[in-house]
Write a protein of this length. Structure first.
Length: 484
């Protein structure tokens, strides 16, 4: 879900989580094709026959990277841009001056890299994000990835007495695990998902952020009377809606409801909390509180309309501050809130939020220089690289720190405050990581998208989505995952 992710978008007309995504997902809707699935199934992981020669293991080179061996790094060219990665590559080149680094950035991860996976010649490090994100569940299930445990157990870049894993934010290691102790993915960005808004706009209504749904409807009615819609969202990519809807379901019914949904349990989508939250969101449509034309907007168009004051609230991830920097007014006073609940009967308190790793980095099993790919990640997880990322793209990283001496932007400051308020009430739905096609195309587009466009009732949407989940649960061609 970039990251996520959703996490989780691209630059220009395509964003970082044409997802997840983002995600995040989350660009053009694209899911792994049959040819990719079958290719993975046939090729499996293994030795490419031309592996890079290892170097000498030292305190400065704990992963024994071959100093003269080339390393290839392919980045998703999204809302975070590529400068942060280019800066980290320069450090790699300084540390290994005889090594040739090939760095490239693209918005078309799958179509660019699928042939290379099929041929057994993938890059050494990939930022697997965007609309053409390769399905992580498939990659893991078909043994296409390198276990990153050696990276996590290596000394951190800054402190030789501390392992890399001990420098990471809570949940990052677990997110990279799919079926046991091995860690297949390193989510580099740390994304706060929720409802984003302008404090200035909310103040103009003489309102605080609403904590109950009745209060939400009151605020939306006030906004309408002033010529502003209550909500907009990425109508063409409605898998953005879960960024606020899923944590709302967890708040109302408890995190066990989200776990049951992730686990593809029978009738998980028929839980009363799901019904209540679907009906609440549908009420926004029924009462005319959604910006007219939203179902036809992509993420950039919806974010632009929101930044222009045409709508008050938008569900999104913390990449939105950087991605929409060119359209957000200086006095916008960007903020994020955990989702509004139903009422005081909710299982979890107001402040319950979705925050997790985004921007998934992987080292292919057939990478020629896997050690080099992991060393590049070790560099990126240093305090300096983390601080560089945060200062340039207005987002936190997986490194648990790196914000000292950085003037925090409004959105980033608000995200940190939201995490502080949430405390232990942070949820992390895994559908966008485990079942990309189910989350994006089926639940997102065919379910939530149709409901919010008024073409399905909440009851019909629940029935349809449950059918999709049941089909996925019975599909022996995909690997299934469960919360441990």
């Amino acid at each position: 879900m970039g990251s996520t992710s959703a996490e989780n978008h691209g630059t220009g007309n395509v964003g970082r989580r044409d997802l997840i995504k983002r995600s995040a997902a989350l660009g053009l809707l694209s899911v792994p094709t049959v040819s990719f699935l079958s290719a993975c199934a046939s090729s499996g992981g293994g030795d490419s026959g031309d592996k890079a020669k290892a170097g000498k293991k030292t305190a400065e080179n704990p992963l024994a990277v071959g100093g003269t061996e080339g390393m290839e790094f392919v980045l998703f060219d999204g809302g975070f841009g590529k400068e942060y990665a280019e800066d980290a590559v320069k450090i790699y080149e300084k540390n290994f001056p005889e090594a040739k680094v090939k760095f490239s950035a693209t918005q078309k991860i799958q179509s660019t890299l699928q042939p290379r996976f099929n041929q057994g010649t993938p890059p050494d490090l990939i930022d697997n994000s965007g609309a053409e994100q390769m399905d992580m569940g498939v990659l893991v299930g078909k043994n296409q990835l390198t276990d990153l445990t050696p990276l996590l157990d290596a000394p951190s870049y800054d402190d030789p007495d501390k392992k890399v894993r001990d420098t990471l934010r809570p949940g990052i290691v677990e997110m990279g695990q799919f079926d046991g102790e091995k860690v297949w993915i390193l989510y580099y960005a740390y994304t706060v998902y929720g409802v984003w808004y302008s404090r200035k706009a909310l103040d103009s209504l003489d309102e605080q952020y609403p904590e109950t749904w009745d209060q939400m409807l009151t605020v939306c009615e006030k906004a309408r009377k002033k010529g502003m819609a209550g909500w907009t969202y990425a109508g063409k990519y409605p898998y953005y809606l879960p960024f606020s809807l899923y944590p709302m379901i967890g708040k109302v019914g408890g995190r066990e409801v989200l776990n049951a949904i992730d686990n593809l349990e029978p009738n998980a989508w028929r839980h009363p909390a799901v019904k209540a939250c679907f009906e609440a969101y549908y009420e926004l449509y029924k009462k005319g509180y959604v910006l007219r034309g939203t179902p036809g907007l992509d993420h950039i168009q919806s974010q632009t309309a929101w930044a222009e004051g045409k709508a008050l609230f938008i569900p999104n991830g913390s990449w939105v501050e950087n991605e929409s920097a060119n359209v957000i007014p200086e006095d916008f006073d960007l903020a994020v809130s955990a989702p509004t609940g139903i009422d005081s009967s909710d299982k979890l308190p107001f402040g319950t939020i979705w925050a997790s790793g985004g921007e998934p980095f992987i080292v292919p099993a057939k990478a020629r220089n896997a050690a080099g790919g992991m060393e590049q990640l070790r560099i990126m997880l240093s305090e300096d690289s983390s601080r560089n990322f945060t200062s340039k793209v207005k987002s936190l990283t997986a490194y648990n720190g790196g914000t000292d001496q950085i003037p925090l932007t409004p959105g980033l400051k608000s995200g940190v405050a939201a995490l502080d308020k949430a405390g232990s009430n942070v949820v992390n739905p895994r559908l966008q990581d485990w079942y990309v096609q189910l989350q994006k195309e089926k639940i997102g587009v065919s379910g939530l998208g149709e409901m919010m466009a008024g073409r399905l009732t909440p009851a019909e949407a629940v029935k349809k989505i449950q059918k999709f989940a049941d089909e996925a649960a019975k599909d022996d061609s995909i690997k299934h995952y469960k919360h441990q």
